[in-house]
Design a binder for this molecule. Structure first.
Ligand SMILES: *[C@@H]1O[C@H](CO)[C@@H](O)[C@H](O)[C@H]1NC(C)=O
Ligand SMILES: *[C@@H]1O[C@H](CO)[C@@H](O)[C@H](O)[C@H]1NC(C)=O
Ligand SMILES: *[C@@H]1O[C@H](CO)[C@@H](O)[C@H](O)[C@H]1NC(C)=O
Length: 365
């Protein structure tokens, strides 16, 4: 090796070390942590946090609505309980789940993670049975936000909403009594909703709903006492290893949804209100969806006391004209103690085989 080359090498080496030192500055800043104690405001910690900041929230009850619109915010709660403030303020998630039925204003969110330049679909009319506003366009996704270890209770619309986010994680939270939704992810990419407990003290509307652009995973959550446990409105959604109980409908796969996967979930028990109100009950409802992969789920105790004309079935497939349920795969599921284990009301073709039923017969395949 000639001398000049060696010098060049050393110079390059120095340059690269220098470069990485300079580059390290934002990294060290991004590793910073802010601690919030009981009595302090979580939102003001979020407001002052730089990209990559972990915000540790200590034990306490915090009466706030939180809005996260910055990249890299990691909210970590330790026995931290978020409840509605005395009066709600308007923020980006206001009205996301429509107006309140009693005409007392819009629905509100507990934690609202929101991208920039998000354009929502039309406001919902103030009628019953509405879901949420759609996301029609996202300017820039808010990236790498995570929310972990919180208890979020009793917000009037959604306990946690993820809107126009990328790589958001909602993990190990305990959310209860979100009036219309426990957790909603809408218009986002690569959302991960995992290991949360979602419950309500009576029968609220939707436990976890995914209405994303792509790549959503909803895994290992426990959901109970919702009209719909899991609402599946994203193509190729990955819905696995969840436990859903005490519901009217365990999982509802919407018309037109293609390639969702529901595997290794456990659905058990119809909520008595669904029976009382004559709403019927279904563990997994595939309604006008295609290529859904329903495998290795365990569905039990779906019953409305066998009221004639109601449907109470472990797994049911329906057409939703003009969108039919076709090319769905329903295999290796275990169905026990349901009024009807498997109800196929779709013309097909669908692949239904190898399921284990407690009432073997023509209905069970
Ligand atoms: C935040 O940091 C991440 C990772 O370093 C980066 O990809 C992203 O662009 C940053 N966002 C902003 C707004 O600076
Ligand atoms: C349903 O599952 C839940 C949670 O896994 C469990 O606590 C409950 O006992 C089950 N109920 C029935 C009727 O099996
Ligand atoms: C959907 O199914 C219905 C019968 O349930 C059938 O009459 C109709 O032609 C089907 N539509 C399409 C688009 O296949």
């Amino acid at each position: 090796m000639s001398r000049p080359t060696r010098v060049t090498h050393i110079a390059l080496l120095l340059a690269s070390i220098l470069f990485s030192v300079i580059n390290a500055t934002p990294t060290s800043r991004s590793a910073s942590t802010i601690t919030v104690k009981a009595g302090q405001s979580i939102q003001s910690a979020i407001n002052q946090a730089a990209n990559g900041t972990r915000i540790h929230v200590e034990a306490g009850t915090y009466a706030e609505q939180l809005l996260i619109t910055k990249d890299g915010i990691k909210l970590v709660g330790k026995n931290a309980i978020l409840v509605p403030p005395e009066t709600y303020a308007t923020n980006l998630c206001t009205g996301l789940a429509g107006p309140l039925q009693s005409d007392t204003g819009d629905t509100q969110a507990g934690i609202c993670i929101y991208g920039s330049g998000v354009v929502l679909g039309p406001p919902l009319p103030p009628s019953d049975g509405q879901e949420h506003r759609k996301v029609t366009c996202v300017g820039a996704y808010v990236k790498d936000v995570s929310v972990e270890g919180f208890e979020v209770n009793g917000f009037s619309g959604l306990n946690i909403a993820v809107v126009g986010a990328q790589n958001a994680e909602v993990r190990k939270n305990k959310v209860s009594d979100g009036f219309r939704y426990g957790i909603l992810t809408v218009g986002s990419k690569k959302s991960l909703i995992t290991r949360n407990t979602v419950s309500s003290s009576d029968l609220k509307f939707i436990g976890i709903c995914m209405d994303d652009k792509s790549d959503v995973s909803v895994t290992q959550n426990e959901i109970s006492a919702y009209y719909i446990g899991l609402c599946v409105q994203t193509n190729k959604a990955d819905v696995g290893h969840n436990k859903v109980s005490n519901i009217c409908i365990g999982a509802f796969v919407d018309p037109g949804i293609d390639g969702a996967s529901l595997t290794h979930n456990k659905f058990n028990g119809t909520n008595p209100i669904c029976v009382f109100a004559g709403l019927g009950s279904i563990g997994i409802a595939v309604v006008g969806a295609t290529n859904t992969n329903v495998q290795h789920n365990d569905v039990s105790g779906i019953s409305d006391g066998k009221i004639p004309d109601n449907i109470a079935a472990g797994i049911a497939l329906f057409d939703a004209p003009p969108t039919n349920a076709t090319k769905n795969t329903v295999v290796f599921n275990t169905l026990q103690n349901n009024d009807v284990d498997l109800e196929v009301l779709a013309a097909g073709p669908n692949n239904i085989a190898h399921n284990i039923c407690s009432q073997p017969g023509p209905g069970c395949k």
